[in-house]
Design a protein around this ligand. Structure first.
Ligand code: UDP
Ligand code: MG
Length: 327
């Protein structure tokens, strides 16, 4: 069994976007939990302010005044989205293990003890498997469907229903940080890096205000990102469709030529011509769309813009003497 050294730190990384009403309760809940499980003096909290516009900055300043030795706040220059905010947090965490969680009360800190126990047993990644969801029935169905489609399509095994909420060993965090890619689907990348992983069922609590900050568009983008980052199946499907279309068109061509040169019967087929033309037109556009999706991803990667820009770091050098915080 492994254990923490006397100077080891457990980092919690939590992004937040316009959660001003909850930050205080969130921090207090974490502090109480660490106290309860005996790590009151061995943890740090990295909060990433993902361009909040609701006055979270001032709220944080007052919270930091009470927990100056534990909390570091990374404020991004604008809203970059959950995945980018998570990367910013990971880059500024110094712990031997890092726990990634949301700051909206949906992830239960009561699981920390179990996460840590599994890490002690030798697991490098302990991830939450969502045992129950609080969303509406149609949304739950869409999540269920998404995870199954991803399972079917992905080249890497991405465990279904695995959420962002997880504990990761420093080796895993360093490996994730060394990956240059910008289109991030964290549960997928985490599975891709390997090491020893285990999922633990965790009930997902309700959101404190029932108003998700990641809208349907954000969730759709994430689902798209997951599929196109981990699968070439859309291209393969298109290739198969192309072969099928070619076979159909060759058959039609032979049929037409047979009647023109051998049977001598005219082929009067305006309707089938129209159908064929529009079918191939649609198929081409569909294919271009899929290729375009991969190309836009390549473009996004090669233009080399950073995943996020830091506006300011509060408390950068009080957390366990960590001084590697300048970007
Ligand atoms: N979040 C963020 N940036 C965003 C949207 C959300 O940092 O652009 C944070 C948000 O404050 C929350 C977490 O990411 O702590 C998850 O967001 P949300 O609850 O909206 O997503 P869901 O739980 O519905 O997937
Ligand atoms: Mg949430």
């Amino acid at each position: 069994m492994r254990d923490f050294g006397p100077d080891s730190v457990i980092s919690v990384v939590a992004p937040f976007y316009n959660e001003v009403d909850n930050i205080k309760a969130f921090v207090e809940e974490l502090e109480n939990e660490f106290e309860k499980i005996g790590y009151a003096k061995q943890h740090e909290l990295i909060l990433v302010n993902d361009g909040s516009t609701d006055g979270s900055d001032q709220e944080l300043d007052s919270i930091i005044a009470d927990h100056a030795d534990k909390i570091k706040v990374i404020s991004l220059s604008r809203n970059f989205g959950h995945s980018s905010a998570v990367c910013a947090g990971l880059e500024h965490a110094s712990g031997e293990v890092v726990i990634l969680m949301d700051s909206d009360m949906q992830d239960d800190p009561g699981c920390f003890d179990l996460f840590i126990q599994k890490w002690r047993e030798g697991y490098d990644v302990v991830y939450s498997k969502r045992a129950s969801r609080r969303e509406s029935a149609p949304l739950r169905f869409l999540f269920w469907l998404f995870y199954r489609i991803l399972l079917l399509m992905s080249d890497t095994y991405i465990p279904p229903d695995a959420g962002n909420f997880a504990l990761m060993d420093r080796r895993v965090v360093n490996t994730l940080l060394s990956l240059p890619e910008k289109n991030i689907y964290m549960p997928g990348l985490r599975a891709w890096v390997g090491f020893k992983q285990i999922g633990v069922p965790v009930p997902r609590r309700p959101r404190y205000d029932n108003s998700a900050r990641t809208g349907l568009k954000g969730k759709w983008n994430l689902a798209f990102n997951a599929i196109f980052s981990f699968s070439f199946l859309p291209l393969i499907i298109f290739r198969v469709l192309g072969i099928m279309a070619l076979t159909i068109s060759l058959t039609l061509a032979s049929y037409t030529l047979y009647h023109k040169f051998i049977s001598g019967l005219a082929v009067t087929a305006w309707a089938s011509n129209l159908i064929t033309i529009s079918f191939f037109g649609g198929l081409n556009l569909f294919g271009i769309g899929i290729i375009g999706e991969y190309i836009s991803r390549i473009y996004n990667e090669v233009r080399g813009r950073p995943k996020y820009i830091v506006d300011r770091i509060t408390n950068s050098d009080t957390v366990f003497g960590n001084d590697q915080d300048t970007d």
